[in-house]
Design a binder for this molecule. Structure first.
Ligand code: XMP
Length: 325
């Protein structure tokens, strides 16, 4: 029988058998998938697991603080936070191609995990080796990265097609057969709080794949502000559960003429991409209320000086993917 309780039991047993008395690390992204994967593995091997949160500088506003606070409070998990902003931004300098960005981000994630692995071993050298890396890969990630059954490669998800060839970890991917709604059920069954279980999806490569063009610190700061405003207004309007997610995308290499304050501006547009979906394999654009769109637009153009236009993406998936890159 296929119940979430059974899925958990089966996975816990499989993880214990695979790991034995060795150790594992788990990359936490702040999203649902990695949180549920971590909670599941913790249930299986307890203190043999250390979670690693990589602050790659591509996070949304407030994200790092939230993971440090909420997730640890909910699970009591061992957490290391690695400040890797410089490393990621240096690696991404000069890169505009979406697949190249994804590969670089995937590679840098692994390098940071390897470093964390070395540190954990150095701190407790007598212990068992840190051999396993837990990832919150879902079934749709596998399919759309070309790892599924004869499906074309659409995007290299940072935790599937984006992994380096010389990976030294053995992967544990306990959610690999599940869809997002099932992952949420597993999370609830494991006792994770609402705020984590019902968080909207956020991609591992973060805002790095929501800047069309080169990723720079200035552009990230700007997009972070715009994104925070959109999220705030969607929450205030009570729409969080109605939409699947709403990426805000910065068209960093497009400029248009505007008039703001006392004069002419030549700024960038941001795109709102609100979508409704069951599993992210297909999606429809969300018919958000005009008043909410108006508030978001007014606030972004008032509060984020470099943005002088807000546009709405009215494309389904297919033909458009949810993220722009
Ligand atoms: P697309 O853009 O492919 O996105 O329609 C489908 C869903 O997957 C999320 N997404 C990712 N999640 N790592 C992730 O963990 C990734 O590399 C990645 N790329 C896209 C996206 O936000 C949407 O929910």
């Amino acid at each position: 029988e296929w119940t979430m309780g059974n899925v958990i039991e089966e996975q816990v047993e499989a993880i214990r058998a695979k790991v034995g008395n060795r150790r594992a690390i788990c990359g936490l992204s702040g999203g649902v998938d990695s949180a549920v994967a971590a909670a599941l593995v913790q249930k299986a091997i307890g203190p043999q697991l250390t979670c690693v949160y990589v602050d790659h500088g591509l996070m949304r506003k407030g994200e790092t603080a939230q993971v440090e606070k909420d997730f640890v409070a909910a699970t009591g998990i061992k957490l290391r936070v690695v400040d890797a902003e410089k490393r990621f931004l240096d690696a991404l300098a000069g890169v505009s191609d979406p697949e190249q960005k994804r590969k670089i981000i995937g590679r840098e994630f692994i390098r940071v995990f390897e470093q964390a692995q070395a540190e954990i071993v150095a701190e407790a050298p007598g212990d068992q080796p840190v051999e396993f890396l837990v990832q919150g890969t879902l079934y749709p990630d596998v399919v759309e990265s070309g790892g599924g059954t004869g499906t074309a490669n659409i995007k290299s998800h940072h935790n599937v097609g984006g992994l380096p060839e010389d990976l030294e970890f053995t992967l544990i991917e306990p959610l690999r057969q599940l869809f997002k709604d099932e992952v949420r059920m597993v999370g609830a069954e494991l006792g994770l709080p609402e705020e984590i279980v019902h968080r909207q999806p956020f991609p591992g490569p973060g805002l790095g794949i929501r800047i069309v063009g080169e990723v720079t610190k200035d552009r990230l700061d700007l997009l972070r502000e715009a994104d925070a405003i959109a999220r705030e207004e969607l929450t205030a309007a009570g729409l969080d559960r109605d939409i699947w997610q709403c990426p805000v995308v910065l068209l960093a290499e497009v400029r248009s003429v505007g008039v703001q304050g006392d004069g002419r501006t030549y700024g960038h547009p941001v795109v709102l991409r609100p979508v409704s979906s069951e599993d992210a394999m297909t999606a429809d654009w969300s018919r958000l209320p005009y008043e909410t769109l108006a508030r978001i637009s007014t606030r972004i153009t008032n509060e984020v000086a470099e943005v002088n236009r807000v546009v709405l993406d009215v494309t389904s998936k297919p033909p458009g993917t949810i993220e722009w890159e």
